[in-house]
Design a protein around this ligand. Structure first.
Ligand SMILES: Nc1nc2c(c(=O)[nH]1)N[C@H]1C(S)=C(S)[C@@H](COP(=O)(O)O)O[C@H]1N2
Ligand SMILES: [Mo]
Length: 202
């Protein structure tokens, strides 16, 4: 895309400020943001449940999950506490692949994401269907560390970081919007960083 800057034609994606939502600053570190302790999950006992208003209820093992088609997404990560980490290279399985396995009923337009440790977050079904939403087990060429959500986390790059649930263990498909852990405590139901949807009611 062409833009003018001091009379020169420049590429829009070369302008970092266009990539940083309002009120955010860039960090080169990757802070760990967790409420409570880091769960440690033995892959042999790991399970992932697709349930609720679905035709294809499933309980996946780690082996079954690993057999799914894989994808790589390079994306920026924006935490509501104002740090952004750019160019994260996530590898895993597209969330859409899991939705297709679950075969949600027509009325199931909302999803509650469940995690080991009890954390939850709510999403619209369409947020899971986005091309860049994935369940990641690798980051920047390495297996995902326990602190950052290993063995498996959700990554929803177009929403604030609290929607990118770590240590995921299930998707519950619903016909109404049920607030998750932070949403019950005042965070926004949607959380679009470009609209600064930080707190509900602002
Ligand atoms: N299960 C779980 N997932 C979670 C959280 C949490 O406390 N528990 N924190 C969220 C928040 S607020 C952010 S910003 C990101 C941070 O991810 P990181 O710790 O890998 O930086 O994880 C999100 N996912
Ligand atoms: Mo966050």
């Amino acid at each position: 895309m062409g833009d003018q800057y001091r009379g020169k034609e420049i590429r829009r994606d070369a302008l970092p400020q266009d990539r940083i939502p309002p009120g955010q600053f860039v960090t080169s570190k990757f802070p760990v943001l967790t409420y409570g302790p880091t769960p440690r999950i033995d892959p042999a006992r790991w399970r992932f449940r697709l349930f609720g208003l679905v035709e294809g209820e499933r309980l996946l093992t780690w082996e079954e999950f690993q057999a799914l088609p894989r994808t790589t997404v390079t994306a920026d990560f924006h935490c509501v506490t104002q740090w952004s980490r750019l160019n994260n290279v996530w590898e895993g399985v597209r969330a859409r692949t899991l939705v297709e396995m679950a075969r949600p009923r027509r009325e199931a337009r909302f999803v509650l994401v469940h995690c080991y440790g009890g954390y939850t977050t709510n999403l619209l079904l369409e947020d899971l269907l986005a091309d860049t939403t994935l369940f990641a087990d690798r980051l920047d060429g390495q297996p995902l560390s326990p602190e950052h959500g290993g063995p498996l986390r959700l990554v929803v790059p177009h929403l604030y970081g609290w929607k990118s649930a770590k240590w995921v263990n299930g998707l519950e498909f619903m016909d109404r919007e049920v607030p998750g852990f932070w949403e019950q405590r005042g965070y926004h139901m949607r959380g679009d960083p470009w609209k600064e949807e930080r707190f509900w009611g602002d």
